[in-house]
Design a protein around this ligand. Structure first.
Ligand SMILES: NC(=O)C1=CN([C@@H]2O[C@H](COP(=O)(O)OP(=O)(O)OC[C@H]3O[C@@H](n4cnc5c(N)ncnc54)[C@H](O)[C@@H]3O)[C@@H](O)[C@H]2O)C=CC1
Ligand SMILES: CC/C=C\C[C@H](O)C(=O)/C=C/C=C/C=C\C=C\[C@@H](O)C/C=C\CCC(=O)O
Length: 264
């Protein structure tokens, strides 16, 4: 996909990985819908981007992605404002093992709902123009994470759902490619949740173990994740891809055996 002139919808856009993705997409000439729960951070993000790219290039929508009505309204506002939707990035995520139901709601249920809502607009069989959907998972979606079992489960779910819906989109000729990106630890405010009992709950006593893992694995710059996103969007050969990003191997892909390959 050629990015200039395209319209992208990014959840969790106000900071961290989402903010890095937004900046990379703007540099490539896309228009951006910035979707985030955090009103102050979202407005600050837009104000900063307006200075560099002009106010016409972005629209900020405060939205709780776990609220179906709000998420539907955000997609509707996107069409009303920019007239189309070409790229969807379901990025918003939390790390909360205490309120673990919230983790499932944000990280998995909202990604599934966002994907379905995006397909309603983008699927050429529905009169859409086609497009690309990227669901943000994690390395924790590919390996056990002893100190984040529910976060891990949510990310395993994102990968399984994304690979499955990508296969369906291919079989059904939706004209939409759907991929997932699985970073290891990335230098964003999410990492601060490790230090908080209200996030880690019973696993709070293991916070130093996680920090040791971070020391061992290293911590990535969000800009590298944004580069991986651009690769997945621009290269039309990617559908159902599971991109991994680590300090040791950079951008690479999970390889599935022939028996596990879905029809892409
Ligand atoms: N930071 C890391 O080490 C890694 C993060 N990830 C994933 O990357 C994605 C982005 O994470 P980060 O940028 O690191 O986190 P972050 O905490 O820096 O940013 C997340 C953004 O999502 C927003 N958000 C949270 N709940 C929301 C909701 N219900 N509705 C709308 N917006 C909401 C927050 O306000 C925030 O702006 C998440 O899915 C996370 O699981 C994956 C691998 C590594
Ligand atoms: C508060 C931080 C929460 C989440 C951060 C993020 O989602 C994350 O990166 C979590 C990673 C958890 C990893 C858990 C176990 C890792 C196990 C290792 O065996 C890594 C496996 C493979 C890496 C090598 C490679 O494939 O390149």
């Amino acid at each position: 996909m050629y990015l200039n002139g395209k319209v992208a919808f990014v959840t969790g856009a106000a900071q961290g990985i989402g903010r890095a993705m937004v900046e990379e997409l703007l540099h490539k000439g896309a228009a951006l819908v910035l979707v985030d729960l955090n009103l102050i951070a979202g407005e600050q993000c837009k104000a900063s981007l307006d200075e560099e790219f002009g106010s016409h290039r972005t629209l900020f929508i405060q939205c709780d992605v776990t609220d179906e009505k709000q998420l539907k309204a955000a997609f509707q506002k996107t069409i009303e404002h920019f007239g189309k939707l070409d790229i969807l990035v379901n990025n918003a995520g939390v790390n909360n093992e205490k309120d673990w139901e919230k983790t499932i709601e944000v990280n998995l249920i909202s990604v599934i709902r966002g994907t379905y809502l995006g397909l309603e607009l983008m699927n050429i069989k529905n009169g859409g123009r086609g497009g690309v959907i990227i669901n943000v998972a994690s390395l924790a979606g590919l390996t056990p994470a002893a100190y984040q079992p529910v976060y891990c489960a949510s990310k395993h779910g994102v990968i399984g759902f994304t690979r499955s819906i990508a296969a369906l989109a291919s079989i059904g000729n939706y004209g939409v490619r759907i991929n997932t990106v699985c970073p290891a630890f990335v230098d964003t405010p999410l990492l601060e949740s490790i230090e908080k009992e209200e996030n880690m709950g019973q696993f709070y006593k293991y916070k130093d173990n996680i920090k040791d893992m971070m020391k061992s694995f290293g911590v990535l710059n969000p800009s590298l994740i944004a580069k991986g996103l651009i690769d997945l969007i621009e290269d039309d050969s990617f559908n159902g891809a599971v991109m991994k990003i680590t300090t040791s191997r950079g951008i690479h892909f999970e390889e599935y055996g022939a028996h596990q390959k879905t029809k892409i």
